[in-house]
Design a protein around this ligand. Structure first.
Ligand code: PA5
Ligand code: NI
Length: 196
């Protein structure tokens, strides 16, 4: 038997695990088309392909019964008025949930169902978030200076459907129009009735 219990040290203040199975790094280039302000995106990119977020993942076999977990670190920053965020996704197996636990910083989780219901939850250190089955999810760092660090766990067979969000976007955006984070409508969101 090679699937044995294991531990990993995830220690304050740095939190970065001492080991993991995969370290995923996402830069501006991997978010093309996802931020509302395209000129601001191109302008930033012309300076530097900035690091937006990282994931330290503990990966199990992709079978029912197993759990994947890890740490996501979303760095602070904005593209135009929009805060740095993850790509966001539905799970390929839609009927799978996810649990998040906020360890550091502040942010929000933007969520949405295939029918267009939406929900946004604030996350501060110590808060747990339950994302029910069927809800797409995107993490957004709403701090101007600090990393937003969250622990997650979800069924290992869930899979990630990025394409749907790349095409239709999330219904709501998290922006700073001068007074801190605000939830606004995404003008480019494709409503269910407009999808093919
Ligand atoms: O499974 C999750 O929801 C997280 O582990 C995310 O994958 C992580 O936060 C990175 O976001 P994304 O996969 O949308 O790039
Ligand atoms: Ni997920």
């Amino acid at each position: 038997m090679d699937n044995l219990p294991y531990t990993a040290l995830i220690k304050f203040p740095d939190i970065i695990p001492e080991h993991c199975d995969e370290h995923i790094v996402r830069r501006l280039t991997s978010m093309r088309g996802q931020f509302a302000d395209q000129p601001a995106y191109e302008q930033l990119l012309s300076n530097e392909d900035m690091l937006l977020y990282e994931v330290y993942a503990f990966i199990q076999p992709e079978v029912d019964g197993e759990l994947d977990s890890g740490i996501s670190i979303i760095h602070p920053g904005k593209v135009g008025q929009e805060y740095f965020m993850t790509k966001g996704h539905f799970h390929s197996i839609l009927d799978t949930a996810e649990v998040y636990y906020c360890m550091k910083g502040k942010g929000v989780m933007v969520m949405e169902t295939p029918e267009g219901d939406w929900n946004v939850k604030d996350l501060n250190p110590g808060m747990l978030l339950y994302v029910p089955p069927r809800w797409a999810h995107r993490s957004v760092n709403t701090s101007d200076s600090e990393d937003f660090v969250i622990f997650y766990v979800y069924p290992a067979h869930a899979g990630h459907d990025y394409g749907t969000i790349e095409t239709q976007g999330f219904r709501k955006l998290i922006v700073d129009q001068g007074s801190g984070p605000q939830i606004v409508d995404n003008p480019r969101w494709l409503a269910p009735e407009d999808r093919k």
